[in-house]
Design a protein around this ligand. Structure first.
Ligand SMILES: *[C@@H]1O[C@H](CO)[C@@H](O)[C@H](O)[C@H]1NC(C)=O
Ligand SMILES: *[C@@H]1O[C@H](CO)[C@@H](O)[C@H](O)[C@H]1NC(C)=O
Ligand SMILES: *[C@@H]1O[C@H](CO)[C@@H](O)[C@H](O)[C@H]1NC(C)=O
Ligand SMILES: *[C@@H]1O[C@H](CO)[C@@H](O)[C@H](O)[C@H]1NC(C)=O
Ligand SMILES: *[C@@H]1O[C@H](CO)[C@@H](O)[C@H](O)[C@H]1NC(C)=O
Ligand SMILES: *[C@@H]1O[C@H](CO)[C@@H](O)[C@H](O)[C@H]1NC(C)=O
Ligand SMILES: *[C@@H]1O[C@H](CO)[C@@H](O)[C@H](O)[C@H]1NC(C)=O
Ligand SMILES: *[C@@H]1O[C@H](CO)[C@@H](O)[C@H](O)[C@H]1NC(C)=O
Ligand SMILES: *[C@@H]1O[C@H](CO)[C@@H](O)[C@H](O)[C@H]1NC(C)=O
Ligand SMILES: *[C@@H]1O[C@H](CO)[C@@H](O)[C@H](O)[C@H]1NC(C)=O
Ligand SMILES: *[C@@H]1O[C@H](CO)[C@@H](O)[C@H](O)[C@H]1NC(C)=O
Ligand SMILES: *[C@@H]1O[C@H](CO)[C@@H](O)[C@H](O)[C@H]1NC(C)=O
Length: 509
């Protein structure tokens, strides 16, 4: 049903009202889609989020942002948590993070202790080794099964290694504990989509450093292990590595040296906004040249994969915007969606198959609030992406303000296309005319911050506040339907998903 004039006026009022009193510009933009071919493609379940190991004692810059949100202690009985994950069917969840290389999986004698991490500054990463009890692994898998999640588990790559003074590591990887967990998991019929080896050990981040030859050797035996353990099973999970910060020489050498077929996914981590303590996070997020700074990482990675002739694909294995647990009221507020959705769009353009957000819950960058489990704005951004943006990425010509970020995909599970428009300007309305689309019926999802407050933790969709219902239900995300020849209107500081079900693009059929 098309909206009547009054409804349109009401909508413009809702969207523009917070800025109505200020000086305002309108920018007329033009978008013309290349309909014959697509330029890249993602996994169907492109959206992924992480669970981390950090205990409540993990603190950054004087605040402790984790509470009970760790793999070891998260309350898996929470109704919002279950519904939030179920809403994706499936949500990819990657279990990993700094302490993963210091986790022991409980094996052997029952009388041996299985102790949690203990804060101790004389240990690497500031904590003692921790232990995952098998009873907890059972509970987690029960939750993953009920919620229909698709699981990537990061294994301990430092087991058996010794840390040397200069940050490098000696000895070889002791894979017996990882072998035990994989074997147990197979025996229990738990469904795992991928096993990953190591976290940020490539030498361009924190802590310990494996050189290329060491990592290549480890990945080779790791693939053999996974392959052997899943022998006779209908499907072998993916093998992922190295989950480091992208550095072109290290990644290129690593890929060149891996045995063909011994790696399925090349993972990398991104924290392009800098430390969570930074005062400049919002300025960076609203600055288009700053956001573009990440494009070279994606394009270089795409290029080294192409040159290596290996069949591995690229994933962002972990990305939370600002490192050291993010920044409260930035990476967990509305303004974060400008960065997050822009980076989803940009990474997809360069053939990233999956993008894992740090975190699903925990730290100051969770999709869910760690205390109330209530979704933060980025949760709804992720869910809309998952439902509306299909796997095929389209190119287009765009003439208009560079404060409006634009992405186009074939629609998800539906005909036509979906556009994502992000208006980083606080005082210019972007009016985007879509070539061959102007007369078509379209479904629009306008996202704004409550009361125009960029740091609000409340998401507003088409003028309605989004919040969970009784029993922790996730609200339905309803579009407004527009059918007239008007351009798409993206209000200042707002985001628009526009689905054109009858837009004809041969690339999408
Ligand atoms: C995009 O612009 C180029 C260069 O002007 C032109 O050749 C091409 O046809 C345009 N594509 C579309 C889909 O408008
Ligand atoms: C976990 O959540 C459930 C459901 O909300 C609640 O009943 C229970 O008390 C919680 N457990 C803990 C340890 O907080
Ligand atoms: C911290 O670890 C060191 C080295 O393992 C150990 O000697 C020390 O007792 C630990 N301190 C605490 C408070 O546990
Ligand atoms: C959940 O477990 C059941 C029984 O083992 C299995 O049939 C089903 O495929 C599992 N679902 C998921 C999403 O893993
Ligand atoms: C793997 O599990 C089987 C039972 O399913 C057991 O017999 C075998 O000893 C296990 N191997 C390892 C390395 O744990
Ligand atoms: C796992 O699946 C196999 C084959 O379907 C079945 O025989 C076995 O009993 C299952 N094991 C468990 C622990 O459910
Ligand atoms: C990897 O191989 C490609 C193709 O031969 C080559 O261009 C590139 O320089 C190699 N990378 C490294 C780091 O040796
Ligand atoms: C996995 O094992 C099978 C059988 O031993 C072998 O044919 C296949 O090449 C192996 N795959 C990889 C990726 O090592
Ligand atoms: C954006 O456009 C403005 C005005 O046209 C220009 O001054 C600025 O350099 C552009 N910025 C980027 C990042 O392209
Ligand atoms: C990659 O494949 C191309 C085409 O088959 C071949 O020309 C090139 O030498 C290969 N490069 C490497 C590094 O194997
Ligand atoms: C819009 O905001 C920008 C940055 O805050 C400012 O430089 C510009 O002058 C403003 N434009 C108008 C029309 O108010
Ligand atoms: C909430 O859950 C309770 C207990 O399962 C049930 O009786 C009630 O109908 C539910 N309410 C809604 C609105 O679904």
């Amino acid at each position: 049903m098309a909206l009547g004039l009054l409804q349109r006026l009401y909508l413009s009022f809702l969207i523009l009202a917070p800025f109505g009193g200020e000086k305002e510009d309108v920018h007329a933009d033009m978008l013309s889609i290349e309909t014959r071919s697509f330029i890249a493609s993602t996994d169907h379940d492109f959206i992924c989020a992480t669970l981390d190991w950090w205990p409540p004692e993990k603190c950054d810059y004087g605040t402790c942002g984790w509470g009970l949100a760790s793999i070891l202690n998260l309350n898996l009985s929470n109704a919002i948590l279950l519904n939030a994950v179920k809403a994706f069917s499936p949500l990819k969840i990657r279990l990993g993070g700094t302490l993963q290389d210091r986790v022991m999986y409980k094996a052997g004698e029952p009388q041996q202790p299985c102790s949690p991490f203990v804060k101790n500054s004389s240990h690497i990463f500031g904590f003692s080794e921790g232990c995952l009890p098998l009873s907890r692994w059972d509970e987690l898998n029960d939750f993953f099964n009920k919620s229909g999640a698709s699981i990537i588990f990061g294994l301990n790559a430092l087991k058996g290694r010794v840390l040397l003074q200069d940050g490098s590591v000696g000895n070889t990887w002791d894979l017996s504990n990882a072998a035990f967990l994989i074997n147990y998991t197979v025996a229990k019929n738990y469904s795992i989509a991928g096993w990953e080896l190591g976290n940020e050990l490539t030498g361009h981040g924190i802590g310990a450093r494996l050189n290329v030859d060491q990592y290549v050797a480890d990945v080779t035996v790791f693939m053999d292990l996974v392959n052997a353990t899943y022998q006779g099973k209908p499907a072998r999970p993916l093998v992922l590595a190295p989950g480091g910060f992208f550095h072109i020489d290290w990644y290129s050498a690593f890929l060149n040296k891996t045995k063909p077929g011994s790696l399925d996914v090349l993972t990398h981590h991104i924290y392009n906004l800098g430390p969570g303590s930074s005062e400049h996070l919002i300025d960076e997020i609203l600055n288009p040249s700053y956001l573009d700074g990440c494009a070279s990482t994606f394009s270089n990675l795409k290029e080294i994969i192409r040159r290596s002739n290996k069949s591995a694909v690229a994933w962002v294995g972990e990305a939370g915007g600002a490192y050291n647990s993010g920044h409260h009221l930035v990476t967990d507020s509305f303004v974060s969606s400008f960065w997050y959705l822009d980076q989803l769009g940009m990474s997809a353009k360069y053939d990233t198959k999956t993008y894992c957000r740090q975190t699903l819950i925990g730290g100051n960058y969770g999709l869910l609030n760690k205390d109330t489990f209530e979704p933060n704005p980025d949760y709804y951004s992720a869910l809309l992406w998952h439902r509306l943006m299909g796997t095929r990425v389209l190119s287009f010509n765009y003439t208009g303000s560079n404060m409006t970020r634009t992405y186009a995909h074939c629609a998800k599970q539906s005909s036509g296309i979906t556009l994502l428009l992000i208006n980083l300007s606080g005082n210019t309305t972007s009016q985007v005319a879509v070539a061959n689309g102007s007369d078509l019926r379209r479904e629009e999802y306008h996202l704004t911050a409550r009361d125009g407050d960029l740091q609000s933790q409340v998401m507003v969709l088409n003028g309605q506040i989004l919040s969970t219902g009784t029993n922790g239900t996730i609200p339905t995300l309803k579009p407004i339907i527009i059918q007239d020849a008007s351009p798409l209107t993206v209000a200042p500081y707002s985001i628009l998903f526009a689905h054109f079900p009858s837009f004809y693009a041969p690339a999408c059929t």
